[in-house]
Every structure is written in structure tokens, then in C-alpha cells.
Design a protein around this ligand. Structure first.
Ligand code: DGL
Length: 270
């Protein structure tokens, strides 16, 4: 298999673009084929069985287009479907929870880690398991924040509505002693500023807010280097975007988020 093939990256919708942005900053010469399953977002409120089925569909589509590895840019899928994907696919599969847990433990300095995530990720216990593998001391408080995904998909990223929703979710986490908050859903970094400012206002001091995208991108770079599988092209890699519904509105929010014009978002059927 060629090392010049793109990395396949997928999420239920827009959230995985936070990981795409970090990979492009960390490994600029890698090409990326991204799939947002916008027809079936949100994943976070669905059963593990359904998420596994959807995830296998997304991954197979990417594999059929020719990718050298899959980066699961979705915590919900990483929490419940990583093993199934690794069994199903003949190429490497990387997730976001291990790197997120590592960054969170470091940010909390051994103190309690607060996890804002989808209901599915919280129910899976994936973050407590990942944190326990890294630190026997650090406790984990999980808080489902289901309203944040539709706010992000709507592009409703500032103002009173997201502020109040964020406050409602962050308050109990801080009240239970969290020393850092990990954004355990790849949609949430789009609300990073609101989450960080509400957390600071509630705590009366800045609270570290961890976005797992950067830690994931570092893992991707290390993985490609260790396997001797990094692209060798000297220029910037390409970015191709696929969605399962509403390509035009995806292109608008994606352009805003990636900081450059995104024109071609292709519609695909799984
Ligand atoms: N962005 C995804 C995650 O990281 C899923 C959000 C959703 O579809 O509910 O969990």
C-alpha cells in the first residue's frame, strides 16, 4: 500500500474537522479524505450497536476510496466501536480517547478530570478506563452535554444560548472538584471559547480545557513515523470532504472553521 494515499478521517458530522485542522497543522503534507455522516448525526444519543453499525459503514466507504489508515475523529465511535473497526478492517485504526485522556491527566496534574461528552461516551466508561490506565490517582467525572452537538451543527457558537447550555453542563463538573475539563466530543472544541470562559467565571480562576485534537494529531504523526508510513510529498496534502447529507451547509460552516474557502463537498450514500 502506498504511503502517499490519504488518511481517512470520519465523524458523525462537523466535529471531526477539529481533528482535521490539527492533523493539517501537525502533518501538513498528509492528504486527508474526510467523511461527515451528516444524514445520521447525532451518534451520541444512539445505542452502541447502532453506532458500531454506522461506524463500519463510514469506514468501509473510506477504505473503498483508498486510504492508508483510519483516524476515528469521534469520541462516541472511539468509545464503543474501535475494537469492531480493528477486527473489520485490514488497515490501522486510530481513535481520539487515549490521546484525550493523556492530555487531560497532564492538564489536571493528578487531580480530578472532568469529561464533557455525549451520553454514549459517558455511558461507555471509556474515559475512566483510559485515565485509569495512565494514573491510579486521577478520578474522572463524566457529564453528558447532549445539547452542544446540535448547537455546533447549527453553527450557533456564541451568545446567550450556547453560554447558558455550557454553564448548565460545566457547573456540576466543577462543583465535584474537576481540575481540568476534557472536551470528550470532537464537536465541542468549536465552543472552546464559551466553555473556557464559563468555566473560569464559575471557578473564579482559569480552568484548563483540553481539546483532544492536538494530542490525536501528535499520535498520528508518531504512528506514521514509527511505521515509516508518512507521506513524502514536499507540498501540502489535499483535503477532500464527503458528507451523507446537506453538502452546501456543511461547506459554509467548514469554510468558517478551517479558515479557507471550502467549495467542493461531495454527497455520498452509504
Ligand atoms: N463528534 C462526536 C463525538 O466526538 C459525535 C457527536 C454526535 O454525533 O453526537 O462524540
Amino acid at each position: 500500500m502506498s504511503r502517499e494515499l490519504p488518511l481517512g478521517v470520519f465523524d458523525s458530522g462537523l466535529g471531526g474537522l477539529t481533528v482535521v485542522r490539527a492533523i493539517r497543522a501537525t502533518c501538513p503534507n498528509e492528504s486527508i479524505l474526510y467523511l461527515g455522516d451528516t444524514a445520521r448525526v447525532p451518534y451520541g444519543t444512539r445505542s452502541a450497536e447502532t453506532v458500531i453499525k454506522y461506524a463500519i459503514g463510514c469506514a468501509r466507504l473510506l477504505v473503498s476510496r483508498g486510504v492508508k489508515a483510519i483516524v476515528v475523529a469521534c469520541n462516541t465511535v472511539s468509545a464503543v466501536a474501535l475494537d469492531a473497526l480493528r477486527v473489520e478492517l485490514d488497515i490501522p485504526v486510530l481513535g481520539v480517547i487515549q490521546p484525550g485522556a493523556r492530555a487531560a491527566v497532564a492538564a489536571a496534574k493528578g487531580g480530578t478530570v472532568g469529561v464533557l461528552a455525549t451520553a454514549g461516551t459517558v455511558a461507555s466508561g471509556a474515559y475512566p478506563r483510559a485515565v485509569a490506565a495512565l494514573s491510579t490517582r486521577a478520578e474522572v467525572i463524566g457529564q453528558a452535554a447532549p445539547l452542544l452537538v446540535p448547537l455546533v451543527e447549527e453553527g450557533w457558537l456564541e451568545g446567550e444560548v450556547p453560554r447558558l447550555a455550557v454553564r448548565r453542563y460545566v457547573e456540576p463538573v466543577l462543583a465535584r472538584g474537576a481540575k481540568a475539563i476534557v472536551l470528550g466530543c470532537t464537536h465541542y472544541p468549536l465552543l472552546y471559547d464559551v466553555i473556557a470562559s464559563e468555566a473560569a467565571a464559575i471557578a473564579g480562576a482559569p480552568v484548563p480545557v483540553v481539546d483532544s485534537a492536538h494530542a490525536t494529531a501528535e499520535d498520528v504523526r508518531a504512528f506514521l513515523r514509527d511505521r515509516d508510513f508518512a507521506a513524502t510529498r514536499s507540498g501540502t496534502g489535499s483535503l477532500e470532504l464527503l458528507v451523507t447529507d446537506l453538502p452546501a451547509s456543511f461547506a459554509t460552516v467548514a469554510s468558517r472553521f478551517l479558515g479557507h474557502e471550502v467549495e467542493d463537498v461531495a454527497l455520498v450514500d452509504l
